[in-house]
Design a protein around this ligand. Structure first.
Ligand code: SAM
Length: 216
């Protein structure tokens, strides 16, 4: 799967990328009441403009992305000097208040993640096949302290469970994967488009105290 993502970026097959900030982020972020200046984790970030919007709200942003192409393109479209260095498994890029780690999200260590108070997942959980979604949900919970809040944007489509990415992840699965470690509320479900594709927006708050439990 990682190789497939790298190939997609090489070939420019990035239909998931939006040329504008996601409307759900603009609409719902304020209601999360994330503290001013809180650092936001954006797993599987691509070159999402949502990171720029979060930075404009005064949040330092940390995006994690496998594909160097995505990161190079994001930085080329931004403003400000770029610094680069190596840290453990990751090549780290910094431009203004956005930091991008090029590497595998599953290699981010808990000790590297103490400072996150918020997160934003749009098309990250749904980019992953079924078995990996469980691992992702647990890893995300392990990286976040109790009280951390975030938005999750998922989707459902009629293609069946094996069709993807994007994979169809229904409400029941979202709750099964994330409810052990997060309080969650479904904020919005869009009406299905002509392909039968519908988007769901969730607010999450990391439960605590205690270690992240395993979703079964
Ligand atoms: C569907 S795209 C979504 C990108 C972004 N969140 C957006 O809204 O545009 C999923 C992204 O995750 C990246 N990715 C997939 N597996 C990853 C992993 N294990 N670690 C880091 N990035 C990964 C892919 O390269 C791709 O850019």
């Amino acid at each position: 799967m990682p190789q497939e993502w790298l190939q997609r970026w090489r070939e420019g097959r990035i239909g998931f990328h939006r040329s504008e900030t996601h409307p759900a982020l603009i609409k719902h972020w304020g209601a999360l009441a994330v503290p001013d200046g809180a650092k936001v984790l954006v797993p599987l970030c691509g070159k999402s403009l949502d990171m720029r919007w979060l930075a404009e709200q005064g949040h330092p942003v940390l995006g994690i992305e496998l594909a160097a192409e995505a990161i190079e393109q994001f930085l080329a479209e931004g403003e400000g000097d770029i610094s680069r260095y190596r840290q453990g498994h990751f090549s780290v890029y910094r431009q203004a208040s956005v930091e991008l780690w090029c590497g595998d999200f599953f290699h981010v260590h808990v000790e590297q993640a103490k400072e996150f108070q918020a997160f934003y997942d749009r098309a990250a959980l749904i980019a992953l096949p079924p078995a990996t979604r469980q691992r992702y949900s647990l890893h995300l919970a392990q990286l976040l302290p109790p009280g951390a809040r975030g938005l999750l944007v998922t989707l459902t489509h009629p293609g069946g469970p094996d069709a993807g990415p994007p994979f169809s992840v229904d409400d029941e699965e979202v709750r099964r994967l994330l409810a052990p470690n997060f309080e969650l509320a479904l904020l919005e479900t869009s009406p299905p488009d002509e392909r039968g594709l519908s988007e769901q927006v969730w607010s999450l708050c990391r439960r605590g105290p205690g270690r992240a439990g395993v979703a079964d």
